[in-house]
Design a protein around this ligand. Structure first.
Ligand code: DCT
Ligand code: MG
Length: 504
């Protein structure tokens, strides 16, 4: 079996009008002659496979749903080379022996590039005689049993496998910049599993049987164990696209779409953006650029505490029984963050409606507001919680840049704002109805991966739907009430995890 051939994949300039045959809908033109893909369903799943097949067709690739003799590239996910070979041997097809067997990473890079990319060593699935256990092999009794859900694992802030999780986080971020959701989530899940381990990974035996660790991830761990670094990650962090996207997306108000647009226009640095007279910016982006040096740095715990005190004092001035809580990373015990997330509620509905507008007015009057964008609530209590694990909530909220007066101890700091008596910091204020407070607190405490797994757990394991507003039991066809986060864990049949154990 020839697994290590050069690809010879040259896009055909003059597009032949070959339309997809029997196994596909005749909707998309085949752009790349001589390349016929096949996706192995094993460990990929039917729906993901169908989605990827449709994507490939849209990009102009010929892709077969059945394994035929015309197939030139067999793409597998989370399978070792040996596993694919064994499966292929059972198919007894003559030509398959000449196929390239590649990892899903090659496929996703082709989709991102919009054309076939050269097959590199890292894309190849090698065949080893003694194939290591695959990622979902049951854990042996000597191994630690690790749940596939972050809400069933304790993940403290301290991450003793940082050397691996940093690599996975960079890979996930790079896939995010490529708007490639599947592999982004896969690397985030894998990183979260490693963050929960209470022992350092020192040999490949340590990762045997861990959930969400596919073959590709194991190769990366192996490389780091051998060389102390990962060559793909090294390539990514020095790549122009990654570096520019890092800068652009660190500007408040700039998302992936804008970063992509600027990159395509040929801009690469912050200076390129700032000095450009022809670009138009939203008000949020203008302020993001104006206070970039302050905002792109970190908010410290001391600054977060000062912001919380300021907001709480203002709010207590007109609603004395309001609850004002810092959530997000700081509630999980982090010492630094990119913003301060503050959740606000009060028992009286009338007060609740006024609270944010009044707070903004006071901040304005005291010249403490550098920017704000207030979004009114879009909550509709006739709707069930969202099915999407990444859906945003509908609370009334305000994204602001606060002019935070420096405290004595930070006045002598060497930061860029050292010459000023204040620092611009990003604050999110979120107002929740009193009866939804526990759900909002749980949702806004994070981490993002923890929330995603909590919702996935609710829906896959309990037939319930959870979001930042409510919990719905589909079997009982009713909403389950909760006054505290503990109540929600109880409804889900989960052991309670403290906020600082949710750093997945
Ligand atoms: N959140 C979520 N889903 C998202 C974004 C956020 O569930 N798509 C939740 C989890 C964390 C919380 O909202 C606050 O979001 P961030 O401020 O982005 O996260 P953080 O953990 O506070 O990170 P940082 O310390 O960098 O602010
Ligand atoms: Mg935050």
């Amino acid at each position: 079996m020839d697994l290590v051939r050069g690809s010879g994949l040259i896009p055909v300039k003059k597009r032949p009008r070959i339309l997809h045959g029997s196994s596909s809908f005749c909707r998309y033109e085949v752009k790349f002659k001589g390349i016929v893909l096949f996706l192995v369903e094993r460990k990929m799943g039917t729906s993901r496979r169908n989605f990827l097949m449709e994507l490939a067709r849209k990009r102009g690739f010929q892709i077969e749903s059945e394994l035929r003799d015309c197939v030139t590239h067999i793409v597998a996910e989370n399978n070792s080379g040996a596993e694919v070979v064994k499966w292929l041997q059972s198919k007894q097809l003559d030509n398959v022996i000449k196929c390239q067997i590649v990892d899903i990473s090659w496929f996703t890079e082709c989709m991102a590039a919009g054309c076939p990319v050269q097959i590199e060593n890292r894309h190849q699935l090698t065949v080893q005689e003694d194939c290591p256990a695959s990622f979902n092999t049951p854990v042996s009794s000597s191994c630690v049993r690790v749940s596939p859900y972050a809400c069933q694992r304790r993940t403290p802030l301290q991450d003793i496998n940082r050397i691996f999780t940093i690599a996975f986080d960079i890979l996930a971020e790079n896939y995010e910049f490529l708007e490639n959701t599947g592999p982004r989530k896969a690397y985030q899940r894998a990183s979260a599993v490693l963050k929960s381990l209470s022992f350092p990974i020192v040999t490949m035996k340590d990762v045997e049987g861990l959930p969400h660790l596919g073959q590709q991830m194991k190769y990366i761990i192996e490389e780091i164990l051998e060389d102390g670094k990962c060559s793909i990650v090294e390539e990514i962090i020095s790549a122009e696209r990654y570096k520019s996207f890092k800068i652009f997306t660190s500007i408040f108000g700039v998302g992936l779409k804008t970063a992509e647009k600027w990159y395509r226009m040929g801009y690469r640095t912050l200076e390129d953006i700032r000095s450009n007279k022809s670009l138009t910016f939203t008000s949020m982006q203008k302020h993001g650029l104006l206070y970039y040096e302050d905002i792109a740095g970190y908010v410290t715990k001391t600054e977060a505490d000062a912001a919380e005190r300021l907001i709480r004092t203002i709010i207590w001035g007109f609603v004395s029984d309001a609850i004002v809580t810092v959530t997000g990373g700081f509630r999980r015990g982090k010492h630094i963050g990119h913003d301060v997330d503050i959740l606000i509620t009060c028992p009286c509905k009338e007060d609740e409606k006024q609270i944010l507008h009044k707070t903004i007015k006071v901040l304005k009057n005291r010249s403490l507001l550098l920017f704000h964008d207030l979004v009114e609530s879009t909550f509709d209590d006739t709707k069930r919680p969202s099915r999407c694990v990444d859906s945003l909530d509908h609370f009334q909220k305000c994204f602001l840049i606060l002019r935070l007066q420096k405290e004595e101890e930070t006045k002598n700091a060497k930061e860029s704002y050292a010459h000023r008596r204040w620092k611009a910091i990003r604050v999110d204020l979120v107002v929740t109805p009193y009866e939804q407070y526990a759900f909002a607190l749980l949702g806004w405490t994070g981490s993002q991966q923890f929330e995603r797994d909590l919702r996935r757990y609710a829906s896959h394991e309990k037939k319930m739907m959870l979001d930042n507003h409510a919990l719905y039991d589909k079997s009982k066809k009713m909403f389950l009430k909760a006054k505290t986060e503990e109540d929600i864990f109880k409804h889900l049949g989960l052991e309670y995890l403290e906020p600082w154990e949710r750093n997945a």
